[in-house]
Design a protein around this ligand. Structure first.
Ligand SMILES: Cc1cc2nc3c(=O)[nH]c(=O)nc-3n(C[C@H](O)[C@H](O)[C@H](O)COP(=O)(O)OP(=O)(O)OC[C@H]3O[C@@H](n4cnc5c(N)ncnc54)[C@H](O)[C@@H]3O)c2cc1C
Length: 462
């Protein structure tokens, strides 16, 4: 008989997963204790399931023992939503990453949660199909993570976000039972829409173990152009002009002056000194339609006073223009400040100018440099606050964030366009949602997870 009592969690998990499916060494589990928010907390154990059946058994065990269970994709969350703040077990989907079926008639893809978003996109595009949601993290983030955060991306302005492509889900509940939500068909309104309750729930209501995604036919042609402006308002004008002219761009991404100077080395062209904003526009559709949309786009850029316009002549040039946009986050991290807070506000298109001028107005009041970039086409502004912690304490930072969020809400916006609440925005949720709504959401959490084991300590302040 063993002298030491066996840890029922570790031995139970080993029985379910085998030795190779469980990480327990300190050095191994530490790798699963942080995400892109910079927040961290160590889990006790990391489970690497290979099947839905194993996930059911793990949830059943954790529920019985009252152990926190935190689902995890690639850990690219910018809000700390994947950080196991209460310890417990991290459930990583790195071994459940199969594309199970692509159906060209039904226009769907059935996938496991660990499939990397960019891998799915490449695969369906080879078959002439299209999965539009394109978070800038697509080379590493997972479909499971995208579903759980309700991820957006640059193409949301025309094609919508992840939730618009989730047709049905298989979800393991906190007690280990498996449910199937939604319908496999293009239409389906039987009962409440539980599928979309799970989308954006950040792993707090259930564990997504299989996803049926809607696909589209791949657009025949794409046109991409970059433009420089000597003021940010002119860039906003150019995008407004497109909408008014009946042109719906598939992407309208912008970088403000500060962000532009941070990535200027990655830009494939020289930037005149008077440049204050960069706009990256993309159109798609049938070849003839893209041609006529491009001429409308040129007219809008001219009318709004673009000082330089560059059109991509082929896929290689398009990729180079996008590289500049995608290199923003790493470029900002390399600027040498010791704090970087990334806000993710979203305002109606008509309020973009007011929001940007408010940011300009308050910047001099704080020892912070503000870098704004993001999805101008849908009003989703990634407002990055960079500073050194010896110059701004937590109270000062909190005051600044509240001012930004309150102004965003006054303008009809939301405090999170696509990154979610996680840990980082928890204390600001009440600025946007009424206590009645927060109360209802807490009750929903209780229904799905009465013991509170699923990703505890997220979204709602205790
Ligand atoms: C450089 C960079 C660029 C980014 N650009 C964008 C962007 O353009 N648009 C955007 O929306 N986001 C963006 N993000 C944020 C992030 O990539 C997204 O939130 C993404 O959806 C997270 O996916 P993930 O696989 O990394 O999930 P994780 O970070 O591992 O997890 C995120 C949340 O989902 C939960 N979760 C993960 N898998 C499951 C599952 N199977 N079942 C239930 N819950 C689960 C986790 O518990 C956690 O709450 C960016 C991040 C970085 C670092």
């Amino acid at each position: 008989m063993a002298f030491w009592k066996k840890d029922p969690l570790e031995s139970g998990l080993k029985e379910i997963l085998g030795k190779e499916g469980l990480l327990s060494e300190k050095a191994d589990v530490a790798c699963y204790g942080f995400d892109s928010s910079g927040l961290e907390a160590e889990p006790h154990l990391v489970a690497l399931p290979e099947s839905i059946e194993q996930v059911c058994k793990i949830a059943r065990l954790c529920n019985r023992l009252g152990i926190p269970l935190v689902p995890r994709g690639a850990g690219s969350s910018t809000t700390g939503s994947a950080v196991p703040v209460r310890g417990g077990v991290v459930l990583s989907f790195s071994r459940m990453k199969r594309i199970l079926r692509i159906d060209p008639v039904e226009l769907t893809a059935r996938v496991e949660p660990g499939v990397v978003t960019g891998v799915l996109q490449e695969k369906v595009e080879k078959l002439g199909l299209f999965y539009p949601p394109d978070p800038a993290s697509l080379r590493f983030c997972t479909i499971g993570g995208n579903v759980a955060t309700g991820a957006g991306g640059a193409r949301a302005v025309k094609y919508g976000v992840t939730k618009d492509y989730v047709r049905s889900l298989k979800v393991v509940l906190s007690d280990g039972s498996l449910i199937h939500t939604g319908a496999e068909t293009a239409k389906g309104v039987s009962g409440y829409d539980l599928t979309h309750l799970f989308v954006g729930s950040e792993g707090t209501l259930g564990i997504v173990v299989e996803i049926l995604l809607r696909l589209l036919p791949l657009p025949e042609a794409v046109g991409t152009a970059a433009a420089l402006f000597n003021d940010l308002e002119a860039a906003v004008e150019a995008v407004t002009c497109l909408f008014i002219s009946g042109i719906l761009p598939r992407c309208a991404e912008f970088l403000d002056e500060n962000t532009l100077s941070a990535v200027s080395r990655a830009l494939p062209f020289d930037v005149p000194e008077e440049t204050r904003a960069f706009l990256l526009l993309e159109l798609d559709g049938e070849r003839s339609s893209v041609k006529s949309q491009l001429s409308g786009l040129r007219a809008c850029l001219k009318r709004s006073g673009a000082i330089k316009v560059l059109e991509a002549r082929d896929a290689k040039e398009r990729e180079r223009l996008w590289e500049a946009r995608r290199s923003v986050s790493p470029a900002l991290k390399g600027l040498g400040y010791d704090r970087k807070i990334s806000e993710d506000i979203c305002v109606p298109r008509m309020a973009i100018k007011a929001m940007l001028s408010y940011l300009k107005e308050i910047q001099p009041l704080y020892p912070v440099d503000i870098f704004s970039f993001g999805h101008l086409g849908d009003g989703n502004l990634h407002v990055n606050l960079l500073f050194n912690s010896n110059e701004l304490d937590e109270q000062g930072l909190d005051g600044l964030i509240k001012r930004i969020m309150k102004r965003c809400i006054e303008l009809g916006g939301t405090i999170s366009g696509e990154h979610g609440i996680g840990l980082a925005k928890m204390k600001y949720l009440g600025l946007e949602l009424s206590s009645r709504v927060v109360g209802l959401e807490r009750q929903i959490k209780k229904v799905f997870d009465p013991k509170g084991i699923l990703n505890p300590g997220k979204i709602f302040e205790e």
